[in-house]
Design a protein around this ligand. Structure first.
Ligand SMILES: Nc1ncnc2c1ncn2[C@@H]1O[C@H](COP(=O)(O)OP(=O)(O)O)[C@@H](O)[C@H]1O
Ligand SMILES: [Mg+2]
Length: 376
């Protein structure tokens, strides 16, 4: 019998189990053996599940999770959104990923996000696309508003009634979008062109922005050296947060900022974090190959040298983990796809990926099942 921690001895739940007198007071079943209750399978908490998807950035998880819990407990305040967050920091550090990860955890899919790409609303008149034109106005019929109650509800699911709305890269939007948002953040209500109202009470609102990101990177380059992979410690973190807060104060009015529950500053990702993101991406790629190719699937075997090479190529101050994703796509996924498309990866192969000596690319060598048997 294994004595794994957390195990609980108790009466067998099998139907044929009976209680037999025994001196130790231990429950036993008919076979006269102690039985062990299977551990209660409670899914890990939201925070743990988020941390499995978002590397580093624990401060973001710690700030968001209490609001999720309040919502789940039915204790979120009425008359306002269930949470309003402003996510700041350099490009490719996981701001948008956080929101997708929360959707995965809450609803099972990162697609359960109503995403407003603020880059589409740079001109004042474009903001009407969000709420639709009033009746009688030109284009009233053609313009389906982007923010309807139906669309907000559609991103909730059977698992949870929480709708996640993302205003991505909010610094790009015209200022009328901020005014419009003010009402949403304050009263959880948005009046549409046709006079109907969208309710945002069962909604968490995320805004992302790279406001202050450039100044943050400059500050880090000037001595707060954790962009290069070391934990910069509290000093660097405080410095980044101060820069973020100052940039935000310059851009948004105090009443706007007062309606935000938490401003979170994302840190540049160090080498450790990039390595973990690489492992996520490679696991995703393998899942994809196994799931999508069905009978034609194959296995990847990626050497340590190839991994190091991808990290080296994929490290970028400017683009964060986005650069790593691009490098994986160009140097691994696309060459693999070319091999598959020309039938050079027989089903069941083991594909060895190694670093080419001195080369500027990876070496990708499929071993057929016959060859694998020959090797073994
Ligand atoms: N902290 C992170 N944890 C896991 N993946 C990340 C992280 N940061 C970036 N990535 C990866 O890089 C991609 C781009 O990150 P994203 O969240 O879109 O950056 P941004 O901060 O600019 O919004 C993501 O899709 C994800 O694959
Ligand atoms: Mg983003």
């Amino acid at each position: 019998m294994d004595g794994a921690p957390g195990g609980v001895w108790l009466y067998s739940l099998q139907r044929n189990s009976i209680r037999v007198p025994n001196n130790n007071n231990f429950p036993i079943d008919r076979s006269n053996r102690f039985v062990r209750r299977p551990p209660l399978v409670t899914p890990p908490g939201v925070g743990v599940q988020l941390a499995q998807r978002l590397v580093g950035q624990t401060q973001a998880i710690e700030l968001v999770v209490p609001y999720v819990r309040m919502f789940q407990a039915g204790l979120a305040p009425e008359g306002r959104p269930a949470g309003v967050f402003l996510l700041l920091g350099p490009t490719g550090t996981g701001k948008t990923r956080t929101v997708e990860a929360l959707a995965e955890v809450m609803h099972g899919s990162e697609k359960n996000v109503l995403r407003i790409d603020c880059g589409e609303f740079q001109m004042e008149h474009e903001v009407a696309k969000l709420i639709g034109a009033p009746p009688g106005y030109l284009g009233h019929r053609e313009t389906q508003p982007m923010l309807t109650q139906q669309k907000v509800n559609a991103v909730a699911s059977e698992r949870s009634s929480l709708s996640i709305v993302l205003f991505d890269e909010i610094e790009k939007a015209a200022s009328s979008l901020n005014r419009l948002l003010l009402g949403v953040l304050d009263k959880a209500a948005l009046k549409l062109g046709d006079n109907s109202t969208v309710n945002f009470e069962r909604t968490m609102i995320f805004m992302t922005s790279n406001l202050g990101a450039e100044a943050m990177m400059n500050a880090l380059a000037g001595g707060y050296g954790f962009a290069r992979g070391m934990a910069g410690g509290a000093a660097a973190e405080n410095k980044l947060e101060a820069i973020g807060r100052a940039a935000v104060r310059r851009r948004f009015s105090p009443e706007f900022l007062n309606r935000i529950d938490a401003v979170v500053t994302y840190h540049p990702l160090g080498e450790d974090a990039l390595r973990r993101i690489l492992e996520h991406q490679l696991a995703n790629l393998q899942r994809h190959i196994t799931g999508r190719l069905g009978a034609r699937a194959f296995r990847l075997d990626i050497s340590e040298g190839a991994r190091n090479w991808l990290i080296e190529k994929g490290t970028s101050q400017e683009f964060g983990a986005r650069e790593l994703k691009r490098v994986i796509l160009r140097q691994l996924t696309q060459p693999l796809a070319a091999l598959v498309a020309s039938n050079r990866v027989p089903p069941g192969s083991l594909v060895h990926v190694t670093k080419r000596r001195g080369g500027e690319a990876l070496s990708i060598q499929p071993l057929t099942p016959d060859q694998i048997r020959g090797v073994a």
